[in-house]
Design a protein around this ligand. Structure first.
Ligand code: PMP
Length: 352
């Protein structure tokens, strides 16, 4: 039996693929899908919103696969990377089965595992918030899934690629790497090709999004790169049409704007460094970041967070209750005036 077949929840093998009307026919006099032949009421319908979209999102699939130089069949596209995380957990996790996740990291992993009645096996990152290979291996023993986040939210650092690949060599299940912020670190840090190129490892999965560097959080578009067999199982567990026509159109248009996005990434990185200097000027420690946010430490985090919001209208995220992050707040890199407003408000609150 193939590795993935053994890892996917057993009943999924018997779940038939749902064949949508639009995967059978997409042209002609379309009287097969109970759509509204008179059109949508909201536009002149260039977007053909009265029709169901291409269920395989072939155009966007080709565009993303081309950019990443991976096989199109190794992509799952859907409604944000949270949807990919959720579907991956649902495809692999039986009630009670362990899933290994790092701590501190992105809260949605634990939340989705719990929603699936899985058992959370948390392991601590090391003192630099990099992967602790021994702890990760131990937590992953017998688990069908381990999820990592690189760059890690909320600390901002990349995990070492060598340690991730070493864990991959020694893992019983699927190793998923959430790369929501990787564009800010640089494409060379992505494992997308290792997960989706020719000769890719079946066990490796990469999850990416257009919500961050690509600026499309409102559109909800994310994707997963994994083995064709895993993507096929996810398609059967998930719903038909996981990505709306509007989101697919926005994603396709954004991918045409690579130079604008690259320029914004450069500006965000410069502002991130300026934010860290500003924090240091206020006598505050912050963590090095490869992402579009900075994790920093204050004496009384929840008080400062609520005062920044209440008195100055500057909203940052309190992360001080996470393990290893006592006193931590996380600030997203804003525009230069927003960052100035944040630093000025923080200066005032620290001296209050
Ligand atoms: N992964 C990480 C690490 C994130 O921080 C986020 C957003 N907060 C997501 C995934 C989800 O992104 P989206 O669903 O917008 O693609």
């Amino acid at each position: 039996m193939s590795v993935i077949r053994e890892l996917v929840r057993p009943h999924v093998a018997d779940v038939p693929a749902y064949v949508t009307a639009r995967s059978e026919h997409s042209g002609g006099i379309l009287l097969d899908a109970n759509e509204n032949a008179f059109g949508s009421p909201i536009a002149d319908d260039d977007a053909e919103l009265h029709r169901y979209p291409d269920p395989a999102n072939r155009e966007l699939r080709r565009a993303i696969a081309g950019r990443l130089r991976i096989e199109p069949s190794r992509l799952w596209l859907g409604n944000g990377s949270d949807a990919a995380i959720d579907l991956l957990v649902r495809t692999l996790t039986e009630p009670g089965a362990p899933v290994a996740i790092p701590s501190p990291s992105y809260g949605v992993y634990a939340q989705r595992i719990q929603a699936q009645a899985g058992s959370i096996r948390e392991f601590r990152l090391d003192e630099s918030f990099d992967l602790d290979s021994v702890a990760a291996r131990e937590a992953s023993l017998g688990a069908k899934l381990c999820i990592l986040c690189s760059p890690n939210n909320p600390t901002g650092n990349l995990l070492s690629k060598e340690r991730i690949l070493d864990l991959l060599e020694n893992i019983d299940g699927v190793l998923a790497v959430d790369e929501a912020y990787v564009e800010f670190a640089g494409e060379s840090f992505s494992l997308a090709r290792e997960a989706g190129g020719t000769g890719a490892s079946e066990r490796l999965v990469v999850i990416r999004t257009l919500s961050k560097a690509w600026g499309l959080a409102g559109a909800r578009a994310g994707y997963l790169v994994g083995s064709t067999e895993l993507v096929d199982a996810m398609d059967r567990v998930g719903l038909p049409y996981p990505l709306s026509a509007l989101a697919a159109q926005a994603a396709l248009e954004a991918l045409e704007c690579e130079s604008v996005v690259d320029e914004r990434i450069a500006r965000i990185s410069a502002e991130r460094d300026r934010l860290r200097e500003g924090l240091s000027g206020l006598g505050l420690r912050s963590l090095p970041s490869d992402a579009n946010f900075v994790c920093f430490f204050v004496p009384d985090a929840s008080r400062i967070q609520s005062r920044l919001a209440g008195r100055h209208g500057v909203v940052v995220r309190d992360r001080s209750r996470m393990p290893g992050l006592e006193g931590a707040l996380r600030v997203t890199v804003g525009t230069p005036p927003e960052n100035d407003a944040f630093l000025a408000a923080l200066r005032q609150e620290l001296s209050a």
